[in-house]
Design a protein around this ligand. Structure first.
Ligand code: XIL
Length: 339
């Protein structure tokens, strides 16, 4: 059995070309990854091939979210997530769990309910216990709580916040830790990469949690960017550094860069996109506590961003036909230069 496992691993590894994101990132001890959509993973061989060749960590895009795994109060469904985990295992890749508590992924049976505080606490605890136990030992990290803070830096008005109060955050971390003490537990949020109101609010939240002994290991920077107002690399570096001082890791968790907001020809906008990808990777590479650089997909064929036929968005690093874009080449170059 052991021999067989080793053989499979060796075979997968030997198929990884020396010029791939995965090969180069691995040499530097950094995880490079992409969000995975369950559908193409099932029936698109090209999708599978590029994914396994270029990345060493995956995040299920929707397959572990509340409404996917817990569609009815008394029913759980792990089919899609399990398929992603099995793909990762076959190709010797890690998996990030995403996400246990996110108000936008609540199923209707929760949103349209009138549960009391006690009931919601029970539901959340049972959800976290069940889901984290199911995946125990299979994930490197969990985005335990996602997007709890508003753009103005206030606690968001989610169902959890309204009915339970801010305590839901620390409880979620404690419950997750109980069921999988090995997984790194992350607070994940959007638009808090640089310095400003939002990232200060995230910083204050995680500082308070750490000081009170809540089991929190890191902060996820979603990094959904556009060409108009990307964060300054030096601000992102400072932000990562102040989190290091709290003993926290950082994962870049959902990077993509919209090009439709920018000016110039398409070629110029793709070049600008490439340079943003490479700057952010460089910041992560240079920070000892930045351990993962994960994109929200990898091909423009499958992106969560708007796709209209006359003005298609192209936020990722491979085009619709899996051809490498300037952004891919820029990432390769960045990894080579800093090797
Ligand atoms: C998005 C998915 O990409 C979409 O397919 C889904 O319809 C909605 O969620 N921040 C997050 C991710 O943390 O989970 C979101 O993913 C994108 C924004």
């Amino acid at each position: 059995m052991l021999t067989l496992t080793l053989l499979i691993v060796t075979t997968t590894e030997s198929r990884i070309p020396r010029i791939s994101l995965r090969f180069l990132a691995q040499q530097q001890g950094i995880w490079i990854g992409a969000a995975v959509s369950a559908q193409p993973l099932k029936n698109d061989a090209h999708y599978q091939e590029v994914l396994a060749r270029e990345f060493n960590i995956l995040t299920p895009e929707n397959a572990m979210k509340f409404k996917t795994v817990h569609p009815e109060r008394l029913r759980y469904d792990f089919t899609k997530a399990d398929a992603i985990i099995s793909f990762a295992k076959t190709h010797n890749m890690q998996v990030r769990g995403h996400t246990l508590v996110w108000y936008k992924s609540n199923p209707d049976w929760l949103n349209k309910s009138n549960f009391t505080r006690e009931q919601l606490l029970d539901i959340l605890q049972e959800h976290i216990y069940t889901v984290v136990s199911h995946f125990r030992g299979k994930l490197v990290s969990w985005d335990v709580v996602n997007e709890a803070i508003t753009p103005e830096g206030k606690m968001g008005g989610s169902l959890w916040q309204k009915v339970i109060g801010s305590e839901y955050i620390e409880l979620a971390f404690r419950w997750a830790h109980e069921k999988d003490p090995q997984a790194g537990l992350f607070y994940n949020d959007v638009s808090g990469e640089g310095l400003g109101q939002k990232s200060d609010a995230i910083y204050n939240l995680v500082k308070d949690l750490r000081q009170r002994g809540v089991p929190l290991d890191g902060v996820g920077f979603q990094m959904h960017l556009n060409l108009k107002s990307p964060p300054k690399p030096q601000d992102v570096a400072k932000n990562i550094e102040r989190l290091a001082e709290l003993g926290l890791e950082v994962h870049i968790t959902e990077m993509d860069v919209e090009i439709n907001t920018g000016i110039g020809t398409r070629k110029e906008r793709l070049a600008a996109q490439a340079s943003i990808y490479s700057q952010m990777l460089q910041v992560c590479q240079e920070a000892p506590n930045c351990k993962a650089f994960v994109l929200w997909g990898f091909t423009d064929r499958h992106t969560w961003l708007r796709q209209s036929p006359d003005d298609p968005e192209a936020p990722l690093i491979f085009d619709q036909f899996y051809r490498p874009k300037p952004a891919y080449k820029a990432l390769i170059k960045t990894l080579q230069q800093n090797n």
